[in-house]
Ligand binder design. Structure first.
Ligand code: GDD
Ligand code: MG
Length: 317
């Protein structure tokens, strides 16, 4: 059976992303002018997913006007809004009730970018006759992640964020769950898939398969990671900067190191922007020098401003 349904977990607070997430939920932060969620939705669609439920909680009202019913994106989108956050497992259970299909479900953490093949992960899930399949990757320092121990293709232990990880193989934040596994999660309760569901499945010897893939992977968990994601995408297309529609950069300005200039933004003479993200319609005055700095949509930066690792215009009024 092929996988055509998906759930996107987009309800986290994005605390480590402040101040960018004071008014925008982390998955809605723009990456090359489009929400991280949109990048994920397009990837899912390419792999044959036809319906997606966004499991929202914090700032849920921001998603709905942008994605609507998904028609604009060529995929069916609906929303499961948690009045108070249900945790990753509770969110999956709650969102699954909104799916039309009854088959296995692809589940995405809302802040992960990856080049792994969803089609290959689906084929692997089927060839393993797995109950759940986790996409895994390897990192030098696994302490901030869920870490697994394997036996062949099957996962034997799952350990969420520990000081002394037993391996460097981590949960990369994209799962396939058979529907029966989702139906076993208690309804309306706060449940963590990482701390409760996975350990419980392993304790009763369920088939939890591990699809290891070491192609590009990034958890966009803090502002530095968002700058890196922007730079990586721009450099992958062979450029040093990218511009949204209708933006203008004075010919004497220097914009490089994977900077992104939002649509209709203006960069005036003599300015230098190194690895910066400039929001839509922002205006950067003459001789401004910014490094690794975010400028919110619509903000104005005074001439001669110099800043490194700063955020302009993100605090709520
Ligand atoms: N709907 C909903 N409700 N979504 C939630 C909730 C909730 O209560 N809590 C978290 N989420 C969403 C977040 O928005 C995010 O997209 C995803 O679940 C994971 O939460 P994070 O807060 O980003 O977790 P993490 O990065 O510390 O760890 C997770 O991701 C790692 C890989 O990036 C874990 O899954 C780790 O095991 C994993 O290694
Ligand atoms: Mg994360």
């Amino acid at each position: 059976m092929t996988v055509t349904s998906a759930i996107l977990l987009v309800g986290g607070m994005g605390t480590r992303m402040q101040p960018l997430t004071l008014t925008t939920p982390k998955p809605m932060l723009p990456l090359l002018g489009k929400p991280i969620t949109e990048h994920q939705i397009m990837k899912a669609k390419e792999a044959g997913i036809t319906e997606i439920v966004l499991a929202t909680s914090y700032l849920s009202e921001i998603f709905i006007p942008y994605f609507g019913n998904g028609e604009k994106f060529g995929i069916k989108i609906s929303y499961a809004v948690e009045e108070s956050a249900l945790g990753t497992g509770g969110a999956i259970r709650n969102a699954a009730a909104h799916l039309q299909g009854g088959g296995p479900v692809m589940i995405f953490n809302g802040d992960v970018l990856s080049n792994h093949s969803l089609t290959d992960q689906i084929a692997f899930h089927q060839s393993q006759s797995a109950d759940v399949t986790l996409y895994l990757t390897q990192v030098p320092d696994a302490r901030a992640f869920g870490v697994v121990e394997m036996e062949g293709d099957l996962i034997k232990t799952f350990n969420e964020k520990m000081e002394t990880p037993p391996t460097n193989i981590i949960n990369a934040g994209c799962y396939i769950f058979n529907r029966t596994v989702i139906d076993e999660i208690p309804e309306g309760h706060v449940v963590s898939v990482e701390r409760e569901t996975f350990p419980a499945l392993l304790a009763r010897n369920a088939r939890v398969a591990g699809f290891i893939d070491n192609s590009y992977w990034l958890d966009v968990g803090n502002p530095g990671a968002l700058l890196k994601a922007t730079r990586d995408l721009i450099e992958a297309s062979g450029h040093t900067m990218a511009q949204g529609k209708g933006s203008s950069v004075d010919p004497t300005a220097v914009v490089d190191q994977g900077s992104y200039i939002g649509a209709k933004a203006t960069i005036r003479a003599g300015s230098q922007l190194h690895q910066c993200v400039i929001g839509e319609g922002a205006s950067i005055g003459e001789n401004v020098a910014l490094t690794r700095t975010f400028v919110a949509a619509g903000s104005r930066i005074e001439p001669n401003t110099v800043a490194i690792d700063q955020f302009f215009g993100f605090s709520p009024e």
